[in-house]
Design a protein around this ligand. Sequence first.
Ligand SMILES: [Zn+2]
Length: 229
Amino acid sequence: MARNRVYSEWEIKKLLVEIGRRVWARGYVAANDGNFSVRLSENRILTTPTGVSKGFMSTEMIVKVDAQGKVIEGSHRYKPSSELPMHLEVYRQRPDVQAVVHAHPPYATSFAVAGIPLDRCVLPEAVLTLGAVPVAPFALPSTEEVPLSIRELIRETDVILLENHGALTVGPDLQSAYFKMETLEHAAHIIWNALQLGKVNELSAENRDRLFDLREKFNIQGKILSCKK
Ligand SMILES: [Zn+2]
C-alpha cells in the first residue's frame, strides 16, 4: 500500500476487513477479541464492530463514530467495541496518529502478563520501529480506567503492552499501526525463545547509537521510547 495517497472511505473499510483477517489468521486474537480504528477527519472515525470475529468481517459491519464515540453511520446491528474510549483517547493525545490497532498476540501478551516491558535494545528492526515497549498498568476492560492507563505513555510511544490484557499500536495509517503489531509479536516471540536458551545478548552501546542515527537518517516517523540503558 503506497504512502501519501488519499484513500477513499470504501478502501479504508476494505483495509479494516483485510487487517482483521490477518490479525485473526495470525492468532493475535481469539473469538471476537480485538479492535481497530482509522480517523478519517477530526470528528469522523471508522471502527470495527463488537461481537464479531475480526477474521470474518465485511465492510457493512464497519461503524462510523464521532470523536465522542457516538455512532453517526452504520447498520443498527453493529456497535463499536467497548474499548473504543481507548482509541478516542489516543486520537485526543496524538494529532499525528490516524490509526489504532488493539489485539492480544500471545507472546507480547505473555510479557504483558508477566509485567515485563520489552525495553532492551536486542533486535535492530524492533529497535528502529518500536524502541522500548513499556507496560501500562492494568485497567478493567471497557471501563474509563483503560483510556486513563494509556494517557501518559501514548504521548511518548506508538507501542504499549497492556498489563494482563494485550497490546496497543498506533500509526499515521492502518497498515503502519498493524505492522507495528506484527513487529512487536515477532520480537516478543524471538526474545521469548532466546530466554529459553538462557541468554539474551543486548546490542552494544556503540551499535545502539548507530541504530538511533539510522532512524534519523531514514527519517523513520513515529514516537519511540529509548531502549538505551
Ligand atoms: Zn483487548
